[in-house]
Design a protein around this ligand. Structure first.
Ligand code: SF4
Length: 433
């Protein structure tokens, strides 16, 4: 842990890992990163990308990549966000700017980048983002100027229609769900991205390899769906989100590889074994909680306090939920099929009633007693539409608490105040003492 100008930084709590699959995934992640650094030192290209860009294209071109928000979560979990974000502020950027997507930019201001997590990010060859909010273009523009790398901004489109139950249609009926004009536009944008990558990395796009990547990504999504369905119907829950998030998200960023499929399968098998052995997070499960929004990356141990005190388990997060419902896609044309995976991601996560309908449906499917919604006011995506999310749960008769905090910036986090808010919610709104 580093300090910013001598001011001590309060450390969050790491979560206790209960699943072997989570530990395997986390160890792999460290080793993968070490190999990446060696490859880049030997002159191999490397891409830095936003979470919602078509990573399957890079996978098929054998261009390794690091995801912006993943790196942000790693820096935050290593308790380095106060140091990095402090550097950003020292360079004139105000403290309440959005931080989740700019923490990686902040690391580029570090005079000793080799002291970053696992020796710091290697120098990228290219960067790719998607213009899903007003800040993305500026963050990536600044970042690419600082590191002198070209970046490709993918456009974003918005839906004109409001579908019912998108999660039942996304896998096979995506042509109608996402509207043909949106898909047509993004297919052309993806072709432009492929040309950009070929030009700047010297790698070529192989359709044969791409089809294989798409097939593996679907297999991974199918295992994630089985795992979500299993957790949803078992009371008491065999696992909590501190178990599932690393076991789902590390392979999510390795999507389209056999390793990622194997981890998704291992996670399902391990959860099933726990069910068969009648093991649970809370033997006396009193409360099943849903965590909406991004993970509290600097303080993943926060969730486990409520297991011990109330028998309250956080069993649902967007990470396994979206992995189960948002990724599988089947179609004849692989590029258009990939477009259908990418085009509606923001609708599903951030646009009511796409997101609110899905959240309420998931809450009912999982037997949720209460919802905790993390809202970061500096993020327009995260903060927008939250009135409608709250109303949807209230209309469904499910208690909801909106917690206002940043998912990666530990500086503004008041642990006792946040814990007290959640305890009052459990005691007064859900009725468990
Ligand atoms: S507004 Fe939100 S999604 Fe957009 S760059 Fe900022 S933190 Fe990221």
């Amino acid at each position: 842990m580093r300090e910013l100008k001598g001011k001590p930084i309060e450390k969050g709590r790491a979560s206790v890992k209960r699943l072997k699959t989570s530990s395997v995934a986390t160890s792999y992640q460290r080793e993968w990163f070490k190999n990446l650094k060696e490859q880049v030192e030997q002159g191999e290209p490397f891409a830095f990308v936003n979470a919602d860009v078509p990573q399957e294209i890079l996978r098929a071109m054998e261009i390794p990549y690091v995801v912006n928000q993943w790196w942000s979560s790693v820096c935050s979990a290593k308790q380095m966000s106060p140091y990095y974000l402090g550097l950003l502020n020292e360079h004139g950027y105000r403290q309440d700017l959005c931080r989740y997507c700019s923490l990686s930019l902040a690391t580029s201001f570090d005079p000793t980048p080799e002291n970053g997590p696992w020796g710091g990010l290697p120098q990228p060859t290219v960067a790719v983002t998607r213009l899903t909010c007003d800040s993305q273009a500026k963050i990536f523009e600044l970042w690419s100027q600082k590191l002198d790398v070209p970046f490709y901004p993918l456009e974003n489109t918005v839906p004109r229609s409001i579908p019912s139950n998108w999660w039942e249609k996304a896998s096979h009926q995506w042509e109608d769900l996402f509207e043909p004009h949106r898909l047509d536009y993004m297919v052309e944008d993806f072709k432009g991205l492929i040309r950009f990558l070929e030009h700047h990395t010297g790698k070529t796009f192989s359709e044969v390899k791409f089809k294989e990547v798409m097939k593996l990504a679907n297999e991974q999504a199918e295992y994630n769906r089985k795992t979500r369905d299993l957790i949803a119907r078992i009371i008491p829950s065999p696992v909590s989100i501190t178990d599932t998030v690393p076991a789902v998200m590390v392979p999510q960023w390795q999507r389209g590889t056999q390793w990622a499929v194997d981890i998704a399968k291992a996670l399902y098998k391990e959860v099933k074994e726990l069910v068969d052995q009648q093991k649970a997070v809370c033997e006396n499960e009193n409360v099943r909680l849903m965590w909406l929004g991004r993970g509290l990356w600097f303080n993943l141990g926060f969730y486990q306090h409520f297991e011990q005190k109330y028998g309250a388990a956080f069993i649902w997060s967007i990470y396994l939920g979206l992995a189960a419902d948002g990724y599988a896609r089947y179609g004849e044309d692989p590029l258009r099929t990939l477009v259908s995976r990418t085009v509606g991601m923001e609708d599903m996560l951030h646009m009511p009633p796409w997101n609110s309908d899905w959240y309420v449906n998931e809450a009912k499917r999982n037997g949720i007693d209460g919802v905790v919604h993390l809202i970061s006011d500096s993020c327009t995506q995260s903060a927008g539409g939250t009135y409608f999310v709250k109303k949807a749960f209230e209309d469904a008769g499910i208690p909801i608490l909106q917690l206002r905090a940043d998912p990666v910036d530990a500086r503004g986090w008041d642990d006792s105040a946040m814990t007290a808010q959640l305890e009052q919610f459990i005691e007064n709104k859900i009725g468990v003492k």
